[in-house]
Design a protein around this ligand. Structure first.
Ligand code: ATP
Ligand code: MG
Length: 394
């Protein structure tokens, strides 16, 4: 390999963990491995709150690995570093070459040195002073600024080699997916629920998704849209098991037997019941929705109370206090927005009441729901649920 670059991934919140830190680190390393294994052979080394990802063959696509790693939770920042021989002359000349483009356009710089190998003949302040002098000579337009430099030149002296890098890329933050257990996301084709899934995955939850369809009122294309959302989300969330629930008959029976103004709240209660049954069968410990207080009639406090009354496991609503503009900002960032705004119908928009009750009482909802025994239909819906798995794009 002529010029060898490696990826340095600085740990985020994991770095603050105590005795079980290595468990989180191992999980992060296996998430990285899974995500970049199709790009060639890499080695993985952990030291000082950093994971060193090193390409082992010329054909490794390091640039794409860096892109993919920007979407892996648990990493605070990333940099590409040049591997050089452990002697000062090599370090100085290669640093000047490697960072030439950045230094040409900068006005100020600073050198930072880290010496993991204490046997190296120069200590960190000596490296900084010598390298700083060399750079000033090569780039006479530059000045040193230790407080707020345009470019930070980082030199790390490690066991076998030295590494040079400068700017850092922002990582995805959060905790490694899988480190906080598994939960079931109620995923519609809208803007909110993919963002809700992303936010809980960021906290380390491995997500499965459940989606309710009502053919022929909802189309095949509406379902495919949600599957495409799953694929997008998988870049951040890892593999997503997707449960697609046939919901037509249940919706028709609600329409036939229950008062129109309570249609939506009853439908949402039945969605929650089905989601909990699927969660129980698959060891998923919580539900996640994209609800935000006051956004629509079914998201008033009274309506949420009526919905939650059937829930025996926790329901996470990470968007509950967010404005639509804040949610849209995240949807754009994770690239789900353009898919979400495609105009396909959702089962929630089928049979929507003209005047949904915004302040439903639990007692009246329970009484209305009792007009029909939904239990057999619920079991049939669970029974006939189709399961597929979506993986990150490769
Ligand atoms: P979204 O933008 O996520 O569709 P929304 O603002 O349109 O949300 P609702 O349609 O009231 O709100 O849905 C509230 C939540 O219920 C959604 O965020 C999602 O978690 C869940 N949900 C709605 N429709 C479906 C569906 N067809 N399948 C699965 N979950 C759904
Ligand atoms: Mg919706």
């Amino acid at each position: 390999m002529e010029r060898k670059e490696i990826i340095l991934a600085k740990l985020g919140e994991i770095a603050l963990k105590g005795q079980n830190k290595h468990v989180f680190e191992q999980m992060l390393v296996s998430n990285i491995k899974r995500r970049i294994k199709s790009l060639g052979k890499f080695s993985y080394t952990r030291a000082q709150s950093t994971i060193y990802v090193e390409p082992l063959e010329d054909s490794c696509d390091v640039g794409e690995a860096l892109n993919r790693m920007q979407k892996i939770f648990g990493i605070a920042s990333l940099s590409l570093a040049l591997e050089v021989e452990k002697n000062f002359n090599d370090i100085a000349s290669k640093a000047a070459q490697y960072l030439k483009d950045e230094l040409d356009f900068a006005r100020t710089f600073k050198v930072l040195a880290k010496r993991a190998d204490k046997s190296f003949h120069m200590n960190s302040p000596e490296i900084c002073a010598e390298l700083g002098g060399y750079i000033l000579q090569k780039f006479p337009h530059l000045k040193v600024d230790v407080n707020n430099p345009d470019v930070n030149i980082m030199v790390e002296i490690r066991e076998k080699h030295a590494y040079i890098h400068s700017s850092k890329l922002e990582g995805a933050g959060g905790m490694p997916v899988g480190s906080s257990g598994e939960a079931l996301l109620l995923l519609s084709g809208g803007i909110d629920s993919p963002v809700a899934g992303y936010m809980m995955a960021k906290r380390g939850i491995h997500i499965s998704a459940i989606h309710y369809v009502s053919p022929p009122y909802t189309s095949e294309r509406a379902r495919i849209k949600v599957e495409r959302l799953c694929e997008k989300m998988a870049d951040y969330c890892g593999n997503i098991r997707f449960y697609c629930v046939p919901f037509t008959e249940i919706q028709e029976k609600i329409k036939q037997h229950c008062p129109e103004e309570l249609f939506t709240v009853i439908m949402r209660r039945l969605m929650m019941e089905i989601a909990q049954m699927i969660a129980a069968k698959n060891n998923l410990l919580a539900l996640i929705t994209g609800e935000s207080v006051g956004q629509v009639a079914s998201q008033t406090l009274m309506a949420i109370n009526c919905t939650d009354a059937v829930c025996k496991i926790p329901v996470f609503r990470p968007l509950i206090g967010m404005d639509k503009t804040e949610i849209i900002e995240i949807a754009r960032k994770i690239d789900t927005y353009d898919i979400s705004i495609e105009p396909y119908e959702d089962c929630c928009t089928v049979f929507t009441p003209r005047h949904p009750k915004t302040k439903p009482q639990l007692a009246e909802v329970e009484a209305a729901e009792a007009a029909f025994d939904f239990s057999e239909l619920i079991e049939a819906a669970v029974e006939n649920t189709a399961v597929t798995t979506f993986s990150p794009n490769r």
